[in-house]
Write a protein that binds this ligand. Structure first.
Ligand code: GRF
Length: 209
């Protein structure tokens, strides 16, 4: 299965996916392309080091949003993309892309959605909100992407305890470790064709092996 990864940052989730592939924990998957809106993003570096086609595609280079989305769509289809993975992609995906890849776009969020998600809740802001809310546990969520931020049906979730005196930084480290497990697991479920989405309830079901 051809998987395209979109990200804006350092790319540790892409690194985790590549390590899962090397260890054989993730199979029948090929990272066909990596796209970032940030030319200096570490995720592009990781792609280059692994000889994965990588692209800097951003609003700044394009005359319009339509042109940006044309570029994204043509790049995704050029590599036969079957699953789009957002790993720290800080831009909202346009409706055109979500429709083209309906129920085939995954996002990883560093909290237990539906709590502590939505516009502005990214990176450290998420962990600060979790601690401020006095949560006793946090974790990571992999979900299908729809037209709203951090809103689509949940595919996988895993929790970590929030310790007394936890700082946003220490929580971020614990949650990131979970993300690095959860995202490859979710991609493997797609590769095995085990993810179905109920037409009416739009809930995700994971079929047994
Ligand atoms: C991760 O914490 C992810 O949950 C969030 O953005 C971050 C990406 O980190 N959406 P990285 O670039 O994969 O290291």
């Amino acid at each position: 299965m051809n998987v395209a990864v979109l990200g804006s940052g350092r790319g540790s989730n892409l690194q985790a996916i590549l390590e899962s592939l090397q260890q054989g924990a993730l199979t029948d998957v090929r990272i066909c392309a990596v796209i970032s809106n940030n030319s200096g993003a570490g995720i592009l570096e990781i792609a280059k080091q692994n000889s994965i086609p990588s692209f800097h595609i951003s609003q700044k280079q394009c005359a319009s949003d339509d042109q940006l989305n044309d570029r994204l769509l043509s790049t995704l289809s050029q590599f036969g993309t079957e699953l789009v993975v957002l790993a720290g992609y800080m831009k909202r995906l346009d409706r055109r892309i979500i429709e083209r890849y309906r129920d085939r776009v995954l996002n990883i969020h560093p909290a237990l959605l539906p709590r502590h998600g939505g516009e502005g809740l990214y990176g450290m802001h998420v962990h600060e909100a979790v601690i401020r809310a006095g949560e006793k546990e946090s974790g990571a969520t992999v979900h299908l992407v729809d037209e709203e931020y951090d809103h689509g049906p949940i595919v996988l979730q895993r929790t970590v305890p929030v310790a007394d005196g936890e700082t946003p930084e220490s929580l971020a480290t614990k949650v990131l470790e979970i993300e690095h497990q959860l995202l490859p697991e979710a991609i493997q479920l797609f590769a095995e064709g085990r993810i179905t989405v109920n037409e009416k309830t739009h809930q995700v079901a994971i079929q047994p092996l």
